[in-house]
Write a protein that binds this ligand. Structure first.
Ligand code: FE2
Ligand code: FE2
Length: 179
C-alpha cells in the first residue's frame, strides 16, 4: 500500500505497532526468565499482561474504524528484540545481566512511547476521538513501565554500590596520577 494521506499513515503506524506488540508478547516471557531479580522478572510478567490488553485496544480501534491493518513485521522492534537476545546470550545471569535487560527493555519502551505518541496525534488530527483515548491509555502504560524500569535500575545500582563499599574501596581514585 502506498501512503497518500494522513489516514494511510495512521493505518501504517498502527500496523507497525501491532506487529511490535505481538513480537513483545513472545519476547517478554524470555526476558522474565533471563532476569535474576524477582522484582524485574515480575515487572516483565506484568507488562506481558498489559501488552495483551494493548493488542486488544488495537483490535477495538480496527473494529470501530473498520480498518484493514497491513501484514507487516516491525523492523524496529525486531532489531530491539534481537539485541535483547544477544544480551541474554553474552552476559551470565546476575545483577549485570539484569542491568543490561533493563536497558534493552527501556529501548523497546521508548520505541513504543514514540509510536503511540505519533498515533495519538494522528488520531486526534483525523477526528478519531475514541481511538485517541484508547491509544493514550496505552501510551500512559508504556510510560509507567519505563518509569518502573528506571526505578528498578536505580535500586539495583544502589545495592551494587553498597556491595562495593563493603568489599573495600574499589572505586577510590588512585593516588598515582599519570599526568
Ligand atoms: Fe506495548
Ligand atoms: Fe511496552
Amino acid at each position: 500500500m502506498t501512503i497518500k494521506s494522513i489516514q494511510d499513515l495512521f493505518v501504517h503506524e498502527l500496523s507497525d505497532i501491532y506487529s511490535a506488540e505481538k513480537q513483545l508478547t513472545k519476547a517478554l516471557p524470555r526476558l522474565a526468565r533471563a532476569a535474576e531479580n524477582p522484582q524485574l522478572s515480575k515487572a516483565f510478567d506484568q507488562h506481558l499482561e498489559e501488552t495483551r490488553g494493548q493488542i486488544e485496544r488495537i483490535d477495538k480501534i480496527v473494529e470501530q474504524l473498520d480498518l484493514r491493518l497491513k501484514r507487516t513485521k516491525c523492523a524496529g522492534m525486531e532489531g530491539l528484540v534481537d539485541e535483547a537476545r544477544e544480551i541474554i546470550e553474552s552476559v551470565p545471569q546476575g545483577a549485570l545481566r539484569d542491568a543490561a535487560l533493563i536497558g534493552g527493555a527501556q529501548k523497546a519502551e521508548h520505541y513504543e512511547i514514540a509510536s503511540y505518541g505519533t498515533l495519538c496525534a494522528l488520531a486526534k488530527q483525523l477526528g478519531h476521538q475514541e481511538a485517541a483515548k484508547l491509544l493514550d491509555q496505552t501510551l500512559q502504560e508504556e510510560k509507567a513501565t519505563d518509569q518502573k524500569l528506571t526505578e528498578l535500575a536505580e535500586q539495583g545500582a544502589n545495592q551494587q554500590a553498597a556491595q562495593v563499599s563493603k568489599g573495600g574501596d574499589k572505586h577510590a581514585p588512585s593516588s598515582e596520577s599519570r599526568h
